[in-house]
Structures are given as C-alpha cells and as structure tokens.
Design a protein around this ligand. Structure first.
Ligand code: FAD
Length: 478
C-alpha cells in the first residue's frame, strides 16, 4: 500500500527514517522514555500532497486499508496535536497554500488551508485589508491549523474565535469524498473548529476580513498585580472595545529582564498591554478611555508610547521566555477575568508549596474571559527530574479548575482533562459525530475524544499527585 502511494507521489512520499523522525514530535519536549513506552509516534510514511485530488486519493487508500492519517501543517502546537500516536501516515499539508480570491464587497477571502497567517496578512495588507485575528505564532501557524485548534489569539477580543469568522470550508472527508461545508451544513464549520484534524482534511477556507486601519497601543503598569483582572475588565467596558489586550506578571517580566528584554525592568506588579484599531475618531475615544481608567486609579500608570509600540512589535515572540529554560513546562487555561486575582493567589500558593515559580502571561478573550498561560522553567536534558516535574502541570490545571478555568486545547496531552474541557453531553455528541464522519477512526486517532488507557482518571490524578508530593518532600528541582 505504501509502495503504491510512493509510486504515485514520487518525491512527495517518503519512508526515510530521518524524515519520518522529524514528524514524530512537536514543540513540546517530552522525554522519549515517556513517549515511546506509550505511543507509536514514528509515522510509517510521510506524504506531501499538492492538491485536493491527491489528498482525496491518499484518504481513499488509507480508508480502504484502515490506516491512521495525521494531518500536519505548521506543526506549532504543543499537545502532540499533529504527532501520530499510532504510526500510519503523516500528511504534511504545506503545499496547499495561497490566496484564491478576495471579495471586497463581502469582505471575505478564500485561502488555501496551509497558508500561514503571516503570508495571508501580508497579501491582504497589499489590498488594504487585514486578518481579523491571528495566533501569536502567525509566522508559522496556518489558517487550517488554527481552525483545527481553539482559534483564540491576537484580535479575538474584538472579532471572536477563528471558527466564528469562517463562512465556508472545503474538506476531504476520511473516506476521500470532497465536501463544501457552511455554518448550516451537516457537519458544520462549528464541528471542525478545534477538532484537531480528526474529521478530515480542510483544504480551503472562506474567511471574514477587515479593512486595514490605524492602530494605537498602550502599556499600563499595574502596581498591585491583584488588580490586573479588574483593570482588564475596566479597559473593555469603556465603549471602545480593544482589538487585543494581554498581561504579564512581575516574575514573568523579571525572567524576560534577565534575558535582556527591556520590559523586564519593571520592578513590581504587572503590565497590561492594550491595542486598539479603527478610524481616527475611534482611536481618539479609545485614548480617552485608557486615560480615564488610568487616571481614576493611583495604582496605575501609563508607560511611554515607544514601549507600548515595542510590545506590539514583539507580539509574535510570546514564548521568547523559553530561552531561560532550556525548557518550559506549564498549562494554558481560559477563565473568567473576575477570577484572575484568586487564580493568581492560588497558583502562587501552589508554587510555594510545591517549590516552583509560576511565570504568568495571558490575553483577553471575548465575554470577559482571559486565556492564561502559566509556565515554569525546567530542563528536559535531566530526564527523571523532568518527568517528575510534569506532575506540576496537573497542579497548575487544578488551580485553574478551582477558579473556573478550562484547559485551552486538547490534542493528546490534555485528554486526561477532557471532562473539564467539555460537558458530558457535548462529548457524547462529539463522539457521535466522529463515528458518523469517520467510522473506522483513521483520522488522527488518539486525540480529542478520550484519554489513552494509562491517562484515565483516577489513575492519572493519583499518579501525578503522588509524584508532586515526592518532588516536594525530596525537594527535586530542575
Ligand atoms: C510561540 C507560539 C505562539 C502561539 N500562539 C497561539 C495563539 O495565540 N493562539 C492559539 O490558539 N495557539 C497558539 N499557539 C499554538 C499553535 O501555534 C496554533 O494552534 C496554530 O494555529 C497551529 O497551527 P499549525 O499550522 O502549526 O497546526 P499544526 O500544529 O500543524 O496542527 C494543529 C492541529 O490541526 C490539525 N490540522 C492542521 N492543518 C489541518 C488541516 N488543513 N486540516 C485538518 N486538520 C489540520 C493537525 O492534525 C493538528 O491536530 C502558539 C504556539 C507557539 C509556539
């Protein structure tokens, strides 16, 4: 079977061990001791189809022989979303690129799925248009990849999740049939949002765009970090909704400072960066709102404009803090903004108890929610301490859970938290849809719908809690 695909695709199909090895990991450094004892992450074949017909042909073949297919585009996720766990085929979609059509009246663009956001934005800007939102991994993240994950990032505060901006998609279903899906079709676009490549290959996306417009950036120093959530809520409630807003706490800023990034020079508290876009009149109103919020609270001060501009210009370097690592471990969660203060208190307490320093960064989402990334530095080259440190990830999730937090994204590594991510009824519906669309379960198996056996509750919870206690008692670091 693999030989047939190799003959058909020529150089665009490879079973060379070195090449396959490149597709057996993502950005998360997980020790091979953990991975190899549980999963088969090495694909048997990597294919790079160049068009929808080739994608359909690969899918038909895989469907006939019940071979797993894992779609992969930018590969910029960290939950093994695009890493196979049962071998089979990895479908590298990076040849499925380019803008197809811009409809300036409808304010939509049709784009091939593996176009990166950076490429799309640069193309749109030449036509006076812009993406409504994009992930902070825009230089490598693709439109199809972001639709298949959670889809919140820069601009989502104003324009919502990527799935809410999509008008239609073209998909190749797991059995090789091609389908055009809309918001009201069955399945619908909504089903594909965050589906982790488990329902087929998205090949083209029709997306809302906005007119490119002037922007204004502000950086607010919050002397008492416990006020961060309240300040973010205030900045959202003054009439002009920001385009984007993010915050970083003092330990995060100090770590950046230690790496030579100037924003780290802030002595205490937290920073809230807030960005507006729109007509000049709207920007003038936004300026008044920010000055109003800052002026009404003695704990707040506005930092110089050039610092705010610099923070915006660095928006695609959110994870540069990793350079202090060598590795980062942590968790990302979405929680109500009004719970941010208690979450910050809670996670600091956990940090003290379990001996790690949480570094916290997050961005505002619609409906007064905030996506919070809590990380700590670790060293993947020290395998045993690193594995024990993984237990702290659950401690971060637990602090989030206690404060109304929901893990952001599923992939493989968050499947133990599925019951926290989706309600029971919703999970049942997702599983029903999956078995209708992909009855033989070949699309990206092992992700999104259930945890692998060894990650099942309560074993996972007990195992991690015991490891965290051992770590605390023996004072393991690193
Ligand atoms: C520095 C950094 C910043 C980040 N910032 C953000 C952020 O702001 N917001 C955010 O949500 N995430 C963020 N991420 C995570 C990640 O970059 C995004 O989720 C990104 O959109 C994934 O796109 P990708 O092309 O890399 O997809 P991949 O990692 O290749 O794939 C992601 C998932 O989608 C599936 N998939 C990919 N393409 C297709 C397709 N065409 N059809 C079907 N399935 C497909 C894969 O199987 C996999 O399950 C960040 C990551 C990094 C490293």
């Amino acid at each position: 079977m693999y030989e047939t695909l190799k003959q058909k695709l020529g150089e665009r199909a490879s079973d060379a061990p070195m090449e396959r090895a490149l597709y057996s990991r993502d950005l998360a450094p997980v020790p091979s001791l953990v991975v190899e004892s549980l999963f088969r992450t090495m694909p048997d074949l990597v294919v790079r189809p160049a068009n929808d017909d080739e994608i359909a042909d690969v899918m038909r073949t895989a469907h006939r022989k019940s071979i797993p297919v894992t779609p992969r585009a930018g590969g910029s996720t960290v939950y093994f979303n695009s890493v196979p766990v049962k071998g089979g085929i990895v479908m590298d979609l990076n040849l499925i690129q380019g803008v197809v059509d811009l409809n300036e009246n409808a304010m939509t663009v049709k784009v091939r799925a593996a176009t990166t956001f950076e490429a799309l934005e640069s193309w749109l800007n030449k036509h006076g248009m812009a993406c409504q939102s994009m992930p902070s991994s825009a230089p490598v993240a693709t439109v199809g990849g972001w639709l298949n994950t959670m889809g919140y990032g820069i601009g989502s505060l104003k324009y919502g999740s990527l799935a809410s901006q999509v008008r239609s998609i073209d998909v190749v279903l797991p059995d090789g049939r091609k389908k055009h899906l809309t918001r009201v079709s069955n399945p619908s676009i909504r089903d594909y949002g965050g589906s982790d490549g488990t329902l087929g290959i998205v090949t083209q996306i029709e997306l809302d765009v906005r007119k490119q417009s002037p922007m204004a950036h502000y950086l607010v120093h919050v002397q008492d970090a416990r006020q961060t959530g309240a300040v973010m809520n205030a900045l959202c409630s003054r009439g002009t909704l920001p385009y984007h807003m993010h915050f970083a706490d003092a330990p995060y800023l100090h770590s950046l400072g230690a790496l030579g990034y100037s924003l780290g020079n802030i002595a205490d508290g937290s920073l809230v960066a807030v960005d507006f876009e729109g007509a000049e009149s709207e920007l003038a109103r936004a300026k008044c709102s920010v000055e109003d919020v800052v002026g009404s609270n003695a704990d707040l001060s506005l930092l110089p404009e050039d610092m705010a501009d610099m923070e915006w210009n660095e928006r695609f370097r959110a994870i540069r803090i990793k350079r202090g690592g060598p590795s980062l471990l942590g968790a990302e969660m979405t929680l109500p903004t009004f719970r941010l203060t208690v979450y910050l208190d809670d996670i600091r307490e956990s940090g003290k108890r379990f001996g790690f320093e949480p570094l916290i960064y997050g961005h505002a989402c619609p409906n007064h929610h905030v996506t919070v990334m809590t990380v700590f530095t670790a060293d993947e080259t020290k395998t045993l301490p690193y594995i024990i440190n993984l237990s702290l990830v659950k401690k971060i999730h637990d602090a989030g859970r206690r404060n109304g937090g929901v893990p952001y994204g599923t992939g493989l590594w968050n499947t133990p938290y599925l019951h926290r991510i989706v309600e029971k009824k919703e999970l049942e519906n997702m599983r029903k849809l999956k078995s209708n669309v992909d009855p033989s379960g070949i699309m990206n198996p092992g992700k999104t719908y259930r945890a692998p056996f060894l990650f099942n509750r309560p074993g996972f919870a007990i195992g991690n809690n015991v490891l965290a206690e051992v770590r605390r008692l023996v004072r393991i670091k690193g």
